[in-house]
Design a protein around this ligand. Sequence first.
Ligand SMILES: O=C1O[C@H](COP(=O)(O)O)[C@@H](O)[C@H](O)[C@H]1O
Length: 234
Amino acid sequence: MSNVTTHSFTNCNAQAVALAERVAAQLREAIAARGHAVIAVSGGSTPRDFFARLSREALDWAQVTITLVDERWVPDTDTRSNAKLVETTLLQNAARAARFVPLYTGAPTPEAGLAEADARIAALPVPFDVVVLGMGEDGHTASFFPGGDHLAAALDPQGTAKVLPMQAPGAGEPRITLTLPVLLDTRALYLLVSGEKKRDLLADVRLGLAEAKNYPVRAVVRQDRVPLAVYWCP
Ligand SMILES: O=C1O[C@H](COP(=O)(O)O)[C@@H](O)[C@H](O)[C@H]1O
């Protein structure tokens, strides 16, 4: 039985609205059940509309903690910063009341900031309520990049590290990423993607094709820890 469901939309606005409504409902459920909610989100370009929609959802945002699944090691004033994206799109409107836990610490390198970032993530209640992943056209998700220097450790299902640094040829700047066991320790897992290339890549991964073996996203698609819902638009 497949652990993956795919929700396809004819346009990306409909995708953003549907995922925002779904995630908002899960955050409300979490607050009703436990008094608080934790959501980890991706950066990049794809989640922008989803964040804008989610920021307007009516819920008790003061009880919500938002963190990132990964970060480019740049200050939050940099246009490449995933924290900057969250601050300017998600931490707006009603969601302005939420608490944000960034991964970037201001240390000169991810290695130097690792202990502080790890402590921030270790302090969050688990399991997370929602994790929203994205994916690059090279098959990376979070900062699990093909050829990444800490990729094997980050994808180790038995690994105990919560965060790891990552450098890879296609990654641009040095990164920091939550590890696979942390990302899968969630009540709800989403993969938000757009475009035919990403759709076809995911199809190859799901079919287990040999050429898809080196796409790191495989680790979240082909696992049985938590169901994965893919939200796709053209
Ligand atoms: O570098 C990153 O890229 C991925 C995908 O980004 P997109 O621009 O293709 O949407 C993103 O999920 C990740 O968080 C980010 O650090």
